[in-house]
Design a protein around this ligand. Structure first.
Ligand SMILES: [Zn+2]
Length: 307
C-alpha cells in the first residue's frame, strides 16, 4: 500500500506590512500644544506683534531640531491693505543626503480681518487662526521633532509659508504671497512632489480630495487617500470636493512641483463656517484631528522604506 504524502508548500512572500516598518507614532497632545502655543502669541497677521514674535519663536524652534534651516525673506504688496510688507518663509531640511525629496508645507500667518464673521462689528478684527494657520503649522512642528530623532528614509523639506492669508476675497492671485515668492525663487533643490496641509484642526474633521490636487497629481492623491483608508483614518473621504486656491497652486504653476492640498474647508460643516471669523479658536479644534493628518504623513514618509 502506497501512502501519498501531499506536501503543501507555503510560499511566504516578503510582505510590506506597516507593522514591519519602523513608523514613529504621532503625539497628538504635543502637536495640539504647538497649536495652543501659537495662539498664545495672539493673531499672527503680517505687521502684527504676534507675527513678529512667533516668527522668531518658530525659527529658534527649528534651529534646535535641524542644522539645515533656511530663512527666506521677501517683500510683497499686501493687496488687502495696499501695504508693502516684509515676509519670511522658514525651511527646515531633514536627510539632506537623499535626492528623493518631498516638501511638506503649511502657512504660519493668520488673516488680518474676520471678513466672514456674521457680526458686522467683528469683521475688522484679526483672526486668531487656531485652525487657519496654527493647525497645519502645529503638525509640521511636531513632525520636525520626530524627523530630528528618526532620520526619514527620504529627504524632507518642511516649509512654513508666510503671507498666505493676505488676499482679497474673490481674487485668488492676491493670496499665497509666500509660496508665490518661494516657487519663483526656489531656495532649495526642487522637490519631487509636495503636500500642503491647511485647516486640518477642525474637531469635526472631514477631508475630501481637493479638486486642483486631483488634476495635477492624481497618482499621489490616490496613494494618500488609499493609505488613509488602509490606516482607518476616517476623516479622509474618498470623494472629490471643492477646488481651493492654496499654497499648492503657485508651487505647481511657477515651479511645476506636483503638489497636493490636504484641507477641510467646511469648518465645522457645510451649513456653518468659522473660517475667517472670530470663532477660529482652539475650542473648535481637537488633538485627534491633528493626529489623523500626522499619522497619515508619518506612514507616507516612513512607508517609503520598502516602496
Ligand atoms: Zn485663511
Amino acid at each position: 500500500m502506497k501512502k501519498i504524502i501531499i506536501i503543501i508548500l507555503f510560499l511566504v512572500g516578503c510582505s510590506s506590512n506597516s507593522s514591519e516598518k519602523n513608523i514613529p507614532s504621532f503625539d497628538e497632545n504635543s502637536a495640539f500644544q504647538h497649536l495652543l502655543d501659537q495662539c498664545s502669541f495672539g493673531p499672527r497677521n503680517p505687521g502684527s506683534e504676534g507675527h513678529e514674535r512667533f516668527s522668531e519663536y518658530l525659527e529658534s524652534y527649528l534651529l534646535s531640531l535641524s542644522p539645515n534651516v533656511i530663512v527666506q525673506e521677501f517683500s510683497y504688496l499686501e493687496h488687502l491693505t495696499e501695504t508693502q510688507r516684509e515676509g519670511k518663509n522658514l525651511i527646515a531640511q531633514f536627510n539632506l543626503e537623499s535626492n528623493e525629496r518631498l516638501l511638506l508645507g503649511a502657512h504660519w500667518d493668520t488673516r488680518s480681518l474676520s471678513d466672514e464673521d456674521p457680526d458686522e462689528e467683528k469683521k475688522s478684527l484679526p483672526v486668531l487662526g487656531a485652525n487657519d494657520g496654527a493647525s497645519g503649522t502645529a503638525v509640521l512642528m511636531e513632525l520636525a521633532s520626530i524627523f530630528s530623532k528618526n532620520t526619514p528614509p527620504i529627504g524632507i523639506d518642511l516649509v512654513f509659508f508666510d503671507a498666505e492669508d493676505v488676499g482679497i476675497n474673490g481674487k485668488p492671485y492676491t493670496f499665497a504671497m509666500g509660496s508665490e515668492y518661494f516657487s519663483k525663487n526656489l531656495p532649495i533643490e526642487k522637490p519631487k512632489s509636495a503636500i500642503i496641509i491647511d485647516m486640518i484642526g477642525d474637531k469635526y474633521l472631514k477631508i475630501p480630495i481637493e479638486r486642483f490636487s486631483y488634476r495635477i497629481n492624481p497618482e499621489m492623491v490616490k496613494e494618500i487617500w488609499s493609505l488613509a483608508n488602509e490606516l482607518d483614518l476616517n476623516a479622509f473621504e474618498y470623494k472629490v470636493g471643492y477646488e481651493i486656491y492654496d499654497d499648492h497652486v503657485p508651487l505647481w504653476e511657477n515651479a511645476q512641483i506636483p503638489a497636493i492640498d490636504i484641507i477641510d474647508f467646511d469648518y465645522p460643516n457645510l451649513f456653518y463656517n468659522h473660517w475667517h471669523t472670530q470663532n477660529d479658536t482652539p475650542e473648535n479644534c481637537s488633538p485627534q484631528s491633528l493626529q489623523q493628518v500626522g499619522t497619515l504623513l508619518l506612514n507616507y514618509v516612513y512607508g517609503k522604506v520598502t516602496k
